[in-house]
Write a protein that binds this ligand. Structure first.
Ligand code: CUA
Length: 337
């Protein structure tokens, strides 16, 4: 029987493909950074060795079943010595030969992926929220700091330090192609780092159950060549551009005067809410609602008109807007490049 999605909800397959459809994110695949490479090497070594041990145990079991003797075999000193030797060999020596090298390999991997192992080129604060990611680019000069959401842009070949925390429940940051998981815990700052060794779009996902929309707490890591990253950061640092047409000017007025501005900030306007994502450069992002929807005019319209239908339980309420207000705000948000 085919399961139909509950009314108003997106089929799970559409939701999960939204990330992949935007900007060519590939499904989790081969490691694309030194952290993920170290973890993958260890994983494959453990899997390979585990498989060899499993096959040896199976072969031993088959051999023992094929050669079993009756229960009445009388013990002799020679048999006792053999038994002791077998127990030592298979119960202590062989396991130690397998496990001790793996233990040291694990220590060495932990050392290599330790965020304190070497200095980072860039520090980014990542704050987990139900159910989206707030991303703040730190700079010693506050005028050069900026905030965005659900997309973490990084320069290729540079080590990016992530300061992870949460303002509500425990989340977990996981971008499999770049690094292992690190939890985001309220009242605590965890440090992790990522480094992408080639440009690309890498899908990430909250990996700790954090409530109703945990599965729709996705993010994208976008790795640019360093000059392209600098151009991107310079654009994001800017306040929202002055509206180019009268419709956008009216849209800005409608946005600032609506309930939207209580939760969202658009830098360069009086809208300064910080409960929801910063929308200053919303139109430059690939997805809406933390990876749930591709950022297209149609999805944006659907999201503004009824977020609860698309992401039930999301903190964004359905804001009552007249048809005219909706059209103006919808148009204005698309100009925020
Ligand atoms: Cu946030 Cu699961």
């Amino acid at each position: 029987m085919k399961l139909r999605p509950a009314s108003g909800r997106l089929p799970a397959s559409l939701a999960s493909s939204a990330l992949a459809a935007c900007g060519g994110a590939r499904p989790a695949g081969s490691p694309a950074g030194p952290g993920a490479e170290r973890i993958a090497d260890l994983f494959w070594a453990m899997t390979g060795l585990g498989t060899v041990v499993f096959l040896i145990v199976c072969a031993g079991l088959v051999y023992a079943l094929a050669h079993r003797r009756g229960p009445m075999v009388a013990p002799t000193p020679e048999r006792d010595r053999r038994r002791t030797r077998m127990i030592l060999l298979f119960g202590a020596i062989l396991p130690a030969l397998v496990l001790v090298p793996l233990l040291f390999w694990t220590f060495s991997t932990i050392g290599a992926i330790d965020p304190r192992a070497r200095p980072s080129d860039l520090v980014v604060d990542v704050v987990g929220k139900q159910w989206w990611w707030q991303i703040k680019y730190r700079h010693p000069d506050p005028r050069r700091s900026f905030t965005t959401a659900n997309e973490l842009h990084v320069p290729v070949g540079r080590r990016v330090e992530l300061r992870l925390t949460s303002t509500d429940v425990i989340h977990s940051f996981w971008v499999p192609e770049l690094h292992g998981k690190t939890d985001l815990i309220p009242g605590r700052e965890n440090v992790a780092w990522i480094e992408a060794s080639r440009p690309g779009v890498y899908g990430g996902q909250c990996a700790e159950y954090c409530g109703m929309q945990h599965a729709h707490m996705g993010l994208l890591v976008i790795a640019h060549p360093p000059e392209e990253f600098e151009r991107w950061a310079a654009g994001q640092r800017e306040a929202a551009a002055e509206p180019a047409d009268s419709l956008a000017r009216l849209g800005r007025k409608a946005f600032v005067g609506s309930a939207c501005a209580l939760c969202h900030a658009v830098r360069g306007t009086p809208a300064g809410g910080n409960l929801g994502p910063d929308l200053t450069h919303l139109a430059s992002r690939r997805t809406l609602a933390a990876g749930l929807l591709p950022n297209t005019p149609g999805h944006l319209g659907g999201w503004i008109s009824n977020p609860q239908a698309l992401k039930p339980g999301t903190r964004m309420p359905r804001v009552p807007l007249s048809r005219r207000e909706f059209q103006l705000i919808h148009h204005y948000l698309q100009t925020l490049r």
